[in-house]
Design a protein around this ligand. Sequence first.
Ligand code: SDX
Length: 444
Amino acid sequence: MGPAILDDNHESAHLEFTPGTPGGVETVDLPILHGTMGPAVLDIRKLYTETDYFTYDPGYTATASCESKITFIDGEKGILLHRGYPIDELAEKSTFLKVAYLLMEGDLPTSEEYITFEKNITHHTMVHEQLRNFYSGFRRDAHPMAIMVGVVGALSAFYHDSLDIRDPQQRIIASHRLIAKMPTIAAMAYKYSVGQPFVYPKNELGYAENFLHMMFSTPTGSYTVNPVVAKALDKILILHADHEQNASTSTVRLVGSSGANPFACIAAGIACLWGPAHGGANEAVLNMLKEIGHKDRIPEFLEKAKNKDDPFRLMGFGHRVYKNFDPRARVLWKTSQEILDELGFDNDPLLQLAKELERIALEDPYFVERKLYPNVDFYSGFILKAIGVPTTMFTVLFAVARTVGWIAHWMEMIEDPAQKIGRPRQLYTGHTLRHYEPQTHHGI
Ligand code: SDX
């Protein structure tokens, strides 16, 4: 596919400054650039040089930070496409590793391409034996995300043969290493937290199966992966793989724009994802439901969520982009029913409480007027809880999945000829120039 920016129509936006506006510029024409889908953009790259003005957009609510071909989201319609494929079709018909290949390479793999890709990933699943020593430096009750940030960043100290981001071969090896080792590092964080021995990956197992094996098998007995559980986990990984220019992906792009090595970039993405407003929400949803405790207390918590003086937000609700149902939440809702029925948790009281909370919130004018719907984090925790993943590991799984999206965007950013180091400006409202005077009133 050629460049997505179609500028043969030479449309532009005519910006007129009201007379007397400082700077002496009266008008400026900004080219309008069109993609293949979604809003067109005003190209403001020459704005500052021609007008001495910046644009102002805290949180980047209306700013396209880059051109990308990887994921498309329509927030009003609740649409999510990965390289053109709808997320519900990928979740139902594909596998996580095939979606990883799609995100990175642009098309689904042929059977030969998939065999090679899966072999490359499988043969990178072990970590350097010395990496195990990092874990003993953490307290046993360290949050697993703290361990993930530290250990993934430390990979930079082990794999010196895949740090040169200018070498395409080193970029792909580092990418394979990261995709392959994230489940191993994550499972080791879990085993460390429960005081059990680390479990090595097995090459004969699939990606999700291997993760379950490393999480739940022990040297004392045989552990057989439940194929229904493995499929549900694989689906969760697909649903969390990528999501356009979200906070953690934008973090990885910004860190990568300085030329930092891929392991450092992914460690930065993990750190950003940890926040409760972002990937940390799945853990926060379960904690919130436990705090609510009973459906009779739902009105009390909805009032807290509406109170601007109260920092409490309804976890798992709302989204910067989706002003409709998050399409991933629909698939997760369906999957949570299937897996809970399969495992005999169909009357999980917390799930019943979540369903009642959703019903009441979706009828409440505050949430309806603000188009606040359940997002990807509202239901994922029920599936993870049902398969035995502790709440503190929920965001770790999100990071395992999102690593493929971060890598796809990191590769696209590096290969973009227009790429330069990210360096936003500001609206300065601090002190104007003042000179240092000895503070006589302090007697010094
Ligand atoms: C993820 O960006 C991505 O793509 C992220 C993600 C991905 O895959 O990468 O989809 C994953 O991070 C999902 C979101 C997980 N976070 C949560 O569930 C935490 C709870 N949600 C909120 O913190 C909030 O909705 C955000 C952070 C998700 C979005 O914040 P915004 O963009 O500031 O929300 P907004 O501008 O749309 O809010 C509009 C209004 C505001 O009130 P008013 O000023 O208009 O009166 O709705 C309010 C907000 O205060 N609001 C909420 C709310 N979410 C928004 N009020 C109560 N509870 C909430 N959950």
